[in-house]
Design a protein around this ligand. Structure first.
Ligand code: IPD
Length: 289
């Protein structure tokens, strides 16, 4: 019920704030980090300690809800239709290690593989983004001022040419996914594309979860990344949709992506047809047309 989901959101906010204290207290330059799949895919003791704390607290308060977390994920583990908490303890681990303050915990509840509650919290800027499906999306900043998203409700007409687009690089530096990422970035920025650059510019904040929230807040216009995992996008996805945005998969024609789809576009604009036009343009760009 809507009340139950709102209670879950409140629980997730409490947990996210506790995680934020752990992030601020940690010094990753002292505690060190490990590589997972390659030298850019990093994990710290704090990632693991936070996921442990989140999982324990959720199992105590919501024992019947499944848990999927970045650091405890096992190859082959699938997101089921059952209610599932999806946790990225530190989205933007590389930023965290370097002390670049664009790092967040991302917590979501998904039912039937669709996110219905989302909480993204960056403790270094005290930025909190929350939503419950059907109840609006909210941004609370360091001054505890709660604002309804989108923050800029009346947006100028959106076209890709006038957009600030978030793109992320992930951790692979070779293979087909790398080729796709670099060719899309090249085409977005190159002035050869259409007698001028395809977009105003691109930004890579280092946190997919926060990118979704920035698009939701109208600070950026679109987000594109090939190769995300469910924990990177679940909470931001829900926040963006509640703010009036859309999420599409990178497979042309796929307007109903699944959380396990891995390739995503997120777009927000005042009008549905503008959003769709931007996604369709991105689809053409990906295909090199
Ligand atoms: C990563 C960040 C990054 C994105 C990667 C993610 P992590 O999450 O969101 O921006 O490019 O695809 O895996 O590893 O820092 O939790």
């Amino acid at each position: 019920s809507p009340d139950k989901l709102a209670k879950i959101r409140d629980d997730l906010v409490c947990i996210a704030r506790a995680a934020g204290e752990m992030m601020k207290a940690a010094d990753p330059s002292i505690s060190g980090f490990d590589s997972k799949r390659n030298t850019s895919d990093l994990v710290t003791e704090t990632d693991r300690a936070i996921e442990n704390m989140v999982c324990r607290r959720l199992q105590l308060t919501h024992p019947t809800i499944n848990f999927l977390g970045e650091e405890t994920f096992k190859e082959g583990q699938k997101l089921s239709d059952e209610p599932t908490f999806i946790c990225d303890p530190i989205d933007g681990t590389l930023n965290f290690i370097h002390g670049f303050p664009n790092t967040a915990i991302s917590l979501a509840l998904a039912i039937a593989k669709k996110p219905v509650v989302g909480v993204v919290y960056n403790p270094f800027r005290d930025d909190l983004f929350t939503t419950v499906k059907g109840q609006g999306a909210y941004y609370t900043n360091a001054d505890d001022i709660v604002r309804s998203l989108p923050i800029r409700p009346v947006l100028p007409p959106l076209s890709l040419h006038k957009s600030l687009v978030a793109i992320e690089w992930g951790n692979q530096r070779d293979g087909p996914n790398w080729d796709l990422r670099s060719s899309v970035a090249h085409r977005l920025l190159s002035s050869k594309a259409a007698g001028g650059a395809m977009v105003h510019s691109t930004r890579s904040s280092g946190s997919a979860a926060l990118d979704f929230c920035y698009v939701a807040a109208g600070m950026m216009d679109a987000f594109w990344e090939g190769g995300c995992w469910a924990w990177d996008v679940a909470a931001g996805w829900c926040i963006l949709e509640e703010a009036g945005g859309i999420v599409a998969s990178a497979n042309p024609g796929d307007w109903k992506p699944e959380l396990e789809g891995r390739l995503y576009f997120a777009v927000r604009a005042a009008k549905r047809d503008e959003q769709r036009a931007v996604v369709e343009e991105l689809w053409r760009l990906m295909a090199g047309r």
